[in-house]
Write a protein of this length. Structure first.
Length: 529
């Protein structure tokens, strides 16, 4: 074969083209080609963290509250993953946590309020006008026929059956004390670190053994399983993180995929200072409670940083998917928070316990290396019950066998293409309870329904429908029900259909013994019954 100058030029051009084509292959393509096993999956769950309790803005601009907090590792995760500006959970913790591991909406599973460490205990407060609704006061159960529980197949059990090593570290709060659902091991976790029926810690301090005894006896909210740290200066957030990472050594060594549910007690009450960080916030002029709160947030962020550093050190960061989410909106009730009540999530209205946006909208970040585009954001709404099918799909679980009907929807399509948006999706929040003795903005006896940009809020006691356009009015300041009666009626019918289809509980009037009206039975809501 004769090699001419022209053929040399052609070969050079060909090699140049092949090389440039290779280097133009996206990380996602390389990841998809190289990875044949199942990815590791981490759910990093924070307790009571508000939508703006971070330096990462989840809105169109950074707010004054965003500027208050120092969360550099959340910023890193946002740069490496996808940010959801319309991420949702439910008004209080247990409903969200059960929905996450079952894929079922609270209106259907009837764990519509938080469960007690004491068995057979209704955590509702008595109301002068409405009776308690029946609900599953003992939470979820992997065992059938346990009174006042919802029987379901839990996410960790499904993943364990597929070969995943499953770890829970931190808060569980899936079921009441003494029930099968109170012990995470019964739900499919291979390892349980500090998880039980309690909803918050008695103390964050190792020096206090994470306890605050009452009359010489351990507090009912004493954190179990961390005796190795008793009497030390180890803050609870760090103890939970350290033990979680220790538990991952075995599956990493065996090259076994793992599912880590790292569920912090922070930033729930008691709002006590993390001594490593609190001084910076006091010097910035925050009152004591708010400085303490900000220090809890920063300590939580350090945990996230420790996790990501660990994954990189072990050289498995590229094959680990991370979900960062909170279980409900930020606490805003006085006097538990400093300053004026119900202002801690502004411009979102209200806070924890409410079906207004401040009580249900939460920070949500997802890092799926090579698949979800890094540093992007999406306005597509998703809700915490969606994590169940999403995680199963990412874990490549084919035809999973679970006993409960599924309300959540996988959002892997959004993770791949953040611009994908389904405006027909319906979202439902159901909280027919009196949460605390004090009154507040829709923190009692309320449900809500969102479709597209429209949101309908139903106040059971006031027998009132409120209509908001969230694109134009994220703060829910302008009730449009009177201005748009046709839209109100349309949504009320859809709202009612969903409540009935899920078997949602309705409160009953003390005075008459009759249930409250469905949304479409109200004046302005009735249409085509």
């Amino acid at each position: 074969m004769m090699v001419t100058n022209n053929s040399i030029k052609v070969l050079k051009a060909l090699f140049t083209w092949v090389g440039s084509a290779f280097f133009c292959i996206s990380p996602g393509m390389l990841f998809a080609q190289a990875k044949t096993g199942r990815p590791n999956i981490v759910v990093f769950l924070v307790d009571d963290m508000g939508w703006q309790d971070t330096s990462v803005p989840f809105w169109s601009r950074k707010t004054e509250l965003n500027k208050r907090y120092r969360t550099p590792h959340m910023e890193q995760l946002a740069r490496e993953g996808l940010k959801f500006t319309n991420g949702y959970a439910f008004p209080v913790c247990t409903p969200s946590r059960v929905s996450l591991i079952t894929g079922v909406n609270p209106a259907r599973h009837h764990i519509t309020h938080w469960t007690s460490p004491n068995p057979d205990t209704n955590t509702d407060y008595a109301d002068t006008t409405l009776n308690f609704v029946p609900w599953n006061i003992q939470g979820m159960s992997p065992v059938a026929d346990i009174p006042n529980t919802y029987h379901a197949t839990a996410l960790p059990a499904l993943l364990k059956n597929e070969g995943y090593f499953t770890v829970l570290s931190g808060k569980a709060h899936f079921g009441s004390g003494g029930t099968p659902g109170a012990d995470p091991i019964n739900l499919g976790f291979d390892v349980n670190i500090a998880g039980s029926s309690i909803g918050h810690p008695a103390s964050y301090y190792g020096e206090q053994n994470y306890d605050k005894p009452v009359n010489g006896k351990p507090n009912r909210n004493a954190v179990p399983g961390l005796e190795a740290y008793h009497g030390t200066s180890t803050f609870l957030t760090d103890a939970i993180t350290t033990e979680a990472l220790k538990a991952l050594e075995a599956p990493i060594q065996k090259k076994q995929p793992f599912f880590l549910y790292l569920s912090h007690y922070a930033v729930h009450t008691p709002i006590t200072p993390d001594p490593r960080y609190v001084d910076r916030y006091l010097k910035a002029g925050l009152d004591t409670i708010e400085a303490n709160y900000a220090s809890l947030v920063e300590g939580m962020d350090k945990s996230l940083g420790d996790l990501m550093t660990f994954l990189k050190t072990k050289k498995i960061s590229g094959e680990t998917v991370i979900f960062f989410v909170s279980d409900n909106g930020g606490l805003s009730t006085p006097p538990l928070r400093g300053g004026k009540g119900y202002t801690h999530n502004l411009p979102l209205r209200a806070g924890k316990g409410s079906v207004y946006e401040g009580g249900i909208r939460v920070p949500l970040l997802v890092k799926w290396p090579g698949i979800a585009p890094a540093g992007k954001e999406t306005s597509t709404p998703v809700i915490i019950e969606d994590l169940f099918p999403t995680i199963l799909e990412i874990a490549q679980v084919r035809n999973p066998k679970f006993i409960q009907p599924l309300d959540g929807r996988s959002f892997t399509a959004t993770l791949r293409k953040p611009d994908v948006h389904d405006g027909s999706r319906e979202f439902l929040w159901h909280h027919p309870h009196r949460w605390i003795p004090a009154e507040g903005p829709n923190i009692h006896w309320s449900s809500a329904f969102r479709k597209g940009d429209w949101k309908l809020v139903y106040d059971y006691r006031a027998r009132k429908l409120e209509l908001y356009n969230l694109r134009e009015d994220i703060g829910e300041n302008h009730n449009l029900a009177a201005r748009h009666p046709e839209k109100t009626r349309e949504l009320a019918v859809q709202f009612t259909r969903r409540l009935k289809e899920m078997g949602a509980q309705r409160p009953v009037w003390k005075s008459t013994g009759q249930p409250v009206s469905w949304p479409d039975e109200l004046p302005g809501g009735a249409a085509g019954k």
